[in-house]
Design a protein around this ligand. Structure first.
Ligand code: DGJ
Length: 730
């Protein structure tokens, strides 16, 4: 629910458990007055106290009242250059060379349902699931309107934000910064949690108390990156899974981003999130507008578990556009770690035969099927079948796979080109490059200028020819390097600051075309694993390959960190061979199965090399996954024990909405001599129900399992696993 109280000039956004309030003050400044647990409505601006603070300037219209300063007032969208020295949200460069922004309230609109954003991913809703508030601010001197968009998903405690900047004047101006979200809080006693890493180890949780100054994470790599994720948490120092106030903030954007918190001099904090200002500058001619990517906030008054569940539910129901939203996704076999570039159609068919016999339902031909692609350094850009590897063509291969009752999927990397390709030989000027410099290579490849529609059209025509030539059920869209030499031959000098963002819009454009033209195809995102795992990509690719590290033990950390925002059904997770290709670790096949089946499940190995016993185990795992699919992919997710804190074991749980069913998964650490016995306390059960564990005869009260726990068996080998299936007795 959204209300406007005319007398107090307050806007109040209600969700089931939270309340968010803004107020237009007597200088028409839009203040942020409160965001937190739901409380009785009143004008919360009484919380803001004013005093004369030296060196904090006073807006001209306050006369000689020295107690009012933008430098200390909590604001809904921060300005710059006119008396607030904290993190700015918006920066405008006018024709006279000035750089500032000064905003005053002018009006608002309310709408049923959730707003949409042109060319950008956004949460969606029907008329009944969400409401929209648009608050208009104006910079009179710049003749610019700033529209703040708020989407309220009441049931899931989720509030979305986006911003539109409109040039209402008669001269061209430049927008040098445009955050999606600004959140001013009257406190600094909080921790900042971020999710960081590198290729092969993404989204590892880091937690640190806020300290004076600015703390930030971000990416200037052109993709949201392996290094930092556009999802962060601000929380009470003692917040944990079950208690404490926490704010989760995600940005639905797949390019350069920044998430920064500043603790200011008078113990307030400002959190700003949006497109990274590095090399960002957007020209706005008279009448033109710019729309920021969307950000989404969830405030949980009772810890991380509730916050994650709200994100998971809203992402599943209002962000993903998944052809499998109402049916089970197929269990897949991916060819990459089985063959790398070294395959023929016959070899793939042999592997697929094994996969089909074991119950797999989708065969994915990964990298290596096109152009002259026999290694990293050639072929990208030539999206035509390699006739040496597939002499009878794609249609014939797909027909053979379909005959085995398996669907067929294919890998592409549309944004890239190798110099050794026909495309590059014909159009060497199509890559991102700075005149006079030779562009840096990454994995031996260059980046196509996806800010240009003519280039995207050319690539799309090639892709269409492939995707329409045979019944394709799945596409893996990969991206294997960071952007460098970012300059576009199609834009004038003063517009080069637009290229990074136009590139991302170009990627979204092509993905949207695919979604539109092939709505039945499941698209999996990938960026050397999880280098572009963000809410923006999830709108187009409802699952994303979590990491190129497929080792089950490393995956515990990666999937744990990922789960704070993103639902398990989005996390591409495969069982691969041992010793693991990335780190040489040997883990039991059961353990690899338990870890992978907690996400979008598949295998990535040469099944012909498996023993009879291993095949029997794989068959068992697939059967189990199929049986518990709804629970795993639609149920509520609980983290029971953190791989970052507990060396003895990592555990998690999926619980059905009616709490009558649960699956608990647990992976032990290294075996230790005379290791102690442990008990695991479960979560999310119905305290009043009795549960049967793994079809045993004994019934355990839900309250007992949650408070006293369940005894874990002795550990007999490294990385041993355990799965418990709980069903409520009648
Ligand atoms: C990187 C991906 O993450 C891998 O799964 C695989 O598809 C390779 N690219 C292929 O080049």
């Amino acid at each position: 629910m959204i209300t406007y109280n005319e007398q107090n000039q307050t806007f109040t956004l209600y969700t089931c458990n939270t309340l968010y309030q803004m107020k237009v003050d007597h200088y028409q400044v839009l203040l942020h007055t409160y965001y937190g647990p739901r409380i009785e409505e009143c004008d919360l601006s009484y919380l803001i106290q004013c005093a004369d603070h030296s060196f904090s300037p006073n807006p001209n219209e306050t006369g000689y009242d020295r107690t009012y300063s933008l430098d200390v007032m909590p604001q809904e969208y921060s300005t710059c250059g006119v008396g607030d020295f904290r993190l700015p949200s918006v920066e405008l460069e006018l024709p006279n060379g000035s750089r500032s922004a000064n905003l005053r309230y002018t009006g608002y609109y309310l709408q049923k349902g959730k707003y949409t954003l042109p060319e950008l991913p956004a949460f969606y809703s029907g008329e009944e699931d969400a409401e929209t508030l648009i608050v208009c601010l104006e910079d009179a001197a710049a003749q610019v309107t700033v529209k703040l968009y708020f989407g309220v998903f009441e049931a899931s405690d989720l509030i979305t934000r986006a911003v539109q900047i409109v040039n209402q004047g008669t001269e061209t101006i430049r927008l040098c910064r445009c955050a999606s979200l600004c959140l001013d809080l009257l406190r600094t006693d909080m921790d900042l949690i971020t999710f960081n890493g590198h290729h092969l180890m993404e989204r590892c949780l880091d937690r640190a108390p806020l300290r004076p100054g600015i703390q930030s994470v971000g990416s200037i790599r052109g993709a949201s990156s392996h290094q930092h994720n556009p999802f962060v948490i601000l929380c009470d120092h003692d917040a944990d899974e079950e208690k404490g106030l926490c704010y989760g903030a995600m940005l639905l954007y797949s390019g350069n981003f920044e998430a920064a918190v500043e603790c200011s001099q008078y113990e307030s904090s400002r959190f700003v999130m949006g497109i990274h200002p590095y090399h960002f500058c957007w020209t706005l001619a008279p009448g033109e507008s710019f729309t920021s990517p969307e950000a989404a906030l969830v405030c949980s008054p009772c810890g991380f578990a509730q916050m994650s569940r709200q994100f998971h539910r809203t992402i599943r129901n209002h962000l993903l556009r998944d052809p499998y939203s109402h049916r089970r996704k197929p269990v897949l076999l991916n060819s990459w770690e089985a063959t790398y570039f070294d395959f023929t159609a016959d070899k793939l068919v042999e592997i697929a035969k094994e996969a089909s016999l074991l119950g797999m339902e989708l065969f994915v031909m990964d990298d290596g099927w096109f152009g002259s692609r026999n290694d990293d350094n050639s072929g990208l850009g030539d999206w035509r079948i390699n006739k040496t590897k597939l002499p009878e063509g794609l249609e014939s291969l797909v027909a053979k796979i379909n005959d085995m009752d398996m669907a067929f999927g294919i890998w592409v990397e549309p944004e890239m080109v190798n110099e050794n390709s026909d495309l590059y030989r014909e159009h060497p000027d199509w890559v991102l490059h700075i005149p006079g410099r030779s562009p840096a290579r990454g994995r031996g490849q260059l980046v196509l200028d996806f800010s240009r529609k003519d280039i995207r059209d050319h690539i799309y025509r090639q892709l269409q020819a492939v995707f329409s030539s045979a019944p394709i059920a799945y596409i893996k869209w990969d991206m294997n390097r960071s952007l460098t030499d970012v300059w576009s031959a199609a834009l004038p000098a003063e517009r080069q600051g637009e290229v990074y963002h136009r590139y991302v819009l170009g990627v979204y454009d092509l993905l949207e075309r695919l979604h539109h033209d092939y709505p039945h195809i499941l698209i999996e995102g990938c960026c050397g694993g999880g280098g572009r795992f963000d809410g923006g990509m999830l709108y187009y690719t409802p699952q994303i390959w979590c990491s190129d590290d497929s080792d089950a033990v490393d995956r515990l950390k990666i999937q744990y960190g990922t789960s704070f925002c993103y639902p398990p059904s989005c996390m591409g997770a495969h069982v691969s061979a041992v010793p693991n290709e990335q780190n040489g670790r040997i883990t039991p096949l059961e353990t690899r199965g338990v870890v992978a089946m907690s996400g979008a499940f598949g295998y990535e190995m040469d099944l012909k090399k498996c023993t009879k016993e291993e095949k029997a185990e794989i068959r068992r795992q697939i059967q189990l996954y199929k049986t518990h699919y709804d629970l795993i992919c639609q149920g509520d997710y609980y983290r029971l024990s953190s791989p970052f804190e507990n060396p003895s074991f990592t555990a998690w749980e999926h619980v059905s909405a009616d709490k009558r069913e649960a699956v608990v998964s647990l992976i032990f650490g290294n075996q230790r001599p005379a290791s102690p016995f442990h008990r695991l306390r479960l979560k999310g059960l119905d305290a009043s129900l009795q549960y049967q564990v793994n079809s045993g005869e004994k019934l355990y009260p839900g309250s007992t399992l949650m408070e006293a726990g369940y005894p874990l068996p002795p550990v007999q080998k490294d990385y041993q696993s355990l799965q418990l299936y709980l069903t409520a007795g009648s």
